[in-house]
Design a protein around this ligand. Structure first.
Ligand code: ZN
Length: 202
């Protein structure tokens, strides 16, 4: 487990991927995960979180986005959606050798699903101070009690991932205030995004 640079524009193109340092390929896949997050927001009205899984040959085998509202499914986080698709693609519930990219730190449910799936490596964007289960609230992947260790690279395009969530919740609060007015006299539409860190996603 390590703390990667928050943003890694200076990563050399040919840097060999390791557990902790994002490669050019990591940045490429994370940008695609961000596009999936935007699609979740724009097409489904979901909290914008995107994920995808690549195999050991760096081929994308599954894509996922948050679908909890659309599917009426509390487990339909982007990671779970992608894990299910990857299992179908490989016809195997074990995903050894695969890397999962996700724009937000996984919650406890998703972190444990990564262990069950034997995902080799996790690369994620923004930390989630409300429900993150890698470093923020819990440290589930670091427990030596597991029979499988997931390598972790965090903070890849973190600011982009965080800004996407911040803007989403700010817009949603603004819509609610416009429709119903403030719940209390002190409530107001936020003006400064920095006042509003990512919220719990479910
Ligand atoms: Zn989750």
């Amino acid at each position: 487990m390590c703390a990667c640079p928050a943003i890694a524009p200076a990563v050399p193109e040919l840097l060999i991927p390791t557990a902790g340092v994002p490669s050019a390929q990591d940045l490429r896949w994370m940008r695609e995960a961000l596009a999936l997050a935007e699609h979740a927001r724009d097409a489904l009205g979901e909290v914008p979180v995107g994920a995808l899984i690549v195999d050991a040959d760096n081929r994308c085998i599954a894509r996922g986005m948050n679908r909890t509202l659309a599917d009426h499914d509390p487990s339909a986080h982007a990671e779970i959606v992608a894990l299910r698709e990857a299992g179908r693609t490989l016809e195997n519930y074990r995903l050894n050798g695969c890397t999962l990219y996700v724009t937000l730190e996984p919650c406890a449910m998703c972190a444990m699903a990564l262990v069950h799936a034997r995902i080799t490596r996790l690369v994620y964007g923004a930390d989630d101070p409300k429900t993150g289960a890698v470093v923020s609230v819990f440290d589930l992947l670091g427990s030596p009690r597991h029979n499988h260790a997931v390598q972790v690279c965090r903070g890849v395009l973190a600011e982009e991932s965080s800004a996407l969530l911040r803007e989403f919740f700010r817009a949603r609060r603004g819509q609610r205030l416009a429709q119903t007015g403030p719940k209390n006299p002190t409530e107001r539409a936020p003006e400064n995004p920095s006042e509003n860190p990512p919220e719990k996603i479910d």
